[in-house]
Design a protein around this ligand. Sequence first.
Ligand SMILES: [Zn+2]
Length: 239
Amino acid sequence: MPVMILSGGVDSATLLWYLCSKGERVHTLTFNYGQRHSIEIEHAKIIVKEAKKRGFDVTHEIADISPISHLISSGALTGKEEVPHGFYTDERQKVTIVPNRNMIMLSIAAGYAVKLGETEVYYAAHRSDYAVYPDCRKEFVKALDAAIYLATLFTPVEVKAPFVDMTKAEVVSLGLKLKVPYELTWSCYEGGDRPCLKCGTCLERTEAFLMNGVKDPLLSDDEWENAVSEYKKYSERTI
Ligand SMILES: [Zn+2]
């Protein structure tokens, strides 16, 4: 029975459905790290509620590490800096890094797994995040898995990232087959009531749905039209 990190976004919702569809009980853990897009946490709660409605066996805990967020970052996700528009490959996107975020979250998740008597911790790192987030890379997963195994040696815990070789479009493709309720997920970093459609995560999300030939179900028809035109605009700039 795995523990997994659930953010409220597309990737971790897919991971939840992927694990639940194997018939396992899944313990989800959502982190409040002072992110300005705290709406994401509300979406995590809604996703768990929906998973339960569909008969999945899921527990949910919120780990509030916001009191120490000022020690971790003054970056765009937690501080006052603006969220840059454009693709993740753009150098400016580096301000969206919360340094060492995944290591901090996975360490806590590993401790939680030991407490529950569980042996696996999952998170939804994937290949499309490699460019800007070093703690989504395969090398990091491998190294942290080894470190956590040693740290929990008497009750060993493994770190698993089953999507690590997949692009976000491939993650969405899997999720569409698993009938993940993507209309309940949230990605935008801006913290507004509706997605901005221009930040790195909005553009990446639009690309993933576009590549699967489907509309993002979170968006209205007009919003989807805007999302596609923003995506095309930024793609042309990148070329
Ligand atoms: Zn956005």
